[in-house]
Ligand binder design. Structure first.
Ligand code: HSO
Ligand code: ZN
Length: 458
């Protein structure tokens, strides 16, 4: 196959119009699509009032799956176990190895930052934080053009490690046979079900869309309401998750995948080209960006992209993504590349440099940071250990990867000693009187049998 040119934008930080070019790369803040939001709201309202009947109707309409009852769409533990026989031994071994590495990483997360703690102050009062797992969570797994068994592991394993009581997974069956796909309409994806079995999912229901989000949030006669819904989905699922937030928790609203490679020119150009492809192949709207202070290297990566693109089965998606949202950016230095990267706050950030440890301290905003030439993002997508559910669209400025902490909550613990009550009483009473809240003040003062000198009195 011969190389094809690609309309992949390229510019330099020294360009007079750099800021304008850079603005074209940054994601415009996403205005919620009013039509999609209205459709999701109507479906949610219907599921809330009509329960299972509405879920069945939308499943018939959108997934073209005709089921006699929601119960008929459920897959229990034993049937999930049977799905393990439907995959190859190599597939099973890969899923199990990935699951094991994910478990080890997330168990460390639990040990280091997911445990209850307390201390006693000078007056022997106990102050602390009690960490408890959520009772029930719902995991949304897309079933259309992107059915990812790896995402089943990434959502279910931290929930399991946190000690969640019950994990319910919803996954729609494909409504139509996508071009080139092997799945038939209504067919259950054996790899997705096997991943659910390995990760310890309790129940799977083959429903999707806003109706599945509604069923999980409100509960129906068949599906018990959950406390939190995690996992990626299409625009209707995202709109529905936004709407049920507050009644239940949600993890995040994940957008198309993004990769930013910060290269010093020492990694083989083909490796970096393939890493850029790896996220571009997810979606036409995915974003792949390369930042590098070496102009010659940028040319070599462009050449590699043009040479390798025709060899990729998903070349059309990759091309659309690279031409629509990709960029090669020539920076003055690696330091400047780090600054630009912080402005983008990418979901995935590869530091493909000889001395990645030198640059890592300069990098503040990224969902996941991959250090060194051997660390392809794809290893993190599947099996390195950390989670691949990550903040996108610049939200890494204020949010974190999906983790054990998303499946836990914290309660404060306060046990005031008698001596503590005498010390805290006057402070609380003083502030309570200042707020005009006399019952608060009294509640504090009544617990002080001997008022210390100078204490506020009623
Ligand atoms: N890169 C995607 C996750 C994924 N990759 C699933 C392959 N399968 C978002 O982090
Ligand atoms: Zn990926």
């Amino acid at each position: 196959m011969s190389a094809e040119t690609i309309a992949l934008r390229q510019f330099a930080t020294t360009d007079a119009d750099f800021e304008a070019a850079f603005a074209g790369v940054l994601r415009p803040s996403e205005a919620a699509d009013a039509a999609i939001d209205a459709a999701a709201a109507a479906i949610l309202a219907d599921v809330r009032t009509r329960g299972d009947a509405a879920v069945l109707e939308y499943t018939r309409r959108f997934d073209r799956l005709d089921a006699p009852s929601v119960a008929a769409l459920e897959i229990g533990r034993s049937e999930l176990q049977q799905s393990l026989a439907a995959i190859t031994p190599a597939q099973r071994a890969a899923l199990e190895s990935a699951a094991e590495r994910l478990r080890i990483f997330h168990e460390r997360q639990l040990e280091v930052s997911g445990r209850s703690w307390s201390y006693r102050d000078a007056d022997d009062s106990l102050l602390g934080q009690k960490v408890t797992p959520l009772d029930r969570v719902g995991i949304y797994v897309p079933g259309g053009k992107a059915a990812y068994p790896s995402s089943v592991l990434m959502n279910a394993i931290p929930a399991k490690v946190a000690g969640v009581g019950e994990i319910v997974m919803v996954v729609p069956t494909p409504a139509a046979v996508p071009a080139g796909a092997t799945a038939a309409r209504g067919e259950r994806n054996p790899l997705v079900l096997a991943a659910a079995a390995i990760a310890g999912v309790d129940r799977v229901v083959t429903i999707g869309g806003a109706q599945a989000v509604g069923a999980l949030a409100y509960g129906t006669a068949t599906i018990r309401a959950v406390d939190k819904i995690t996992g990626p989905g299409n625009a209707y699922v995202a709109a529905a998750k936004r709407r049920v937030f507050g009644l239940v928790g949600i993890d995040m609203i994940a957008g198309p995948s993004e990769i930013l490679v910060l290269a010093d020119g020492s990694t083989p150009a083909d490796w970096v080209a393939m890493d850029l492809f790896s996220q571009a192949e997810h979606d036409e709207l995915a974003q792949s960006i390369l930042l590098c202070p070496d102009a010659g290297y940028l040319s070599r990566v462009r050449e590699a992209i043009e040479r390798l693109l025709p060899t990729m089965p998903r070349s059309a998606v990759i091309r659309a993504s690279l031409e629509g949202r990709g960029a090669l950016i020539h920076t003055r230095s690696m330091e400047e590349a780090c600054e630009i990267s912080n402005r983008i706050a990418p979901e995935h950030l590869e530091v493909s440099a000889r001395d990645p440890g030198r640059w890592e301290p300069l990098l503040r905003h990224a969902g996941a940071i991959f250090l060194g030439a051997y660390t392809s993002e794809s290893l993190g997508d599947y099996c390195a250990g950390p989670n691949h559910v990550l903040p996108t669209a610049g939200t890494a400025r204020f949010s974190s990867p999906l983790g054990v902490y998303d499946f836990q909550k914290r309660s404060s613990i306060i046990e005031v000693s008698e001596r503590g009550a005498r010390v805290l009483g006057p402070i609380a009473a003083e502030l309570a009187f200042g707020e005009g809240l006399h019952a608060h003040a009294q509640a504090a003062l009544l617990r002080m049998p001997e008022l210390p000198e100078g204490a506020a009195t009623v």
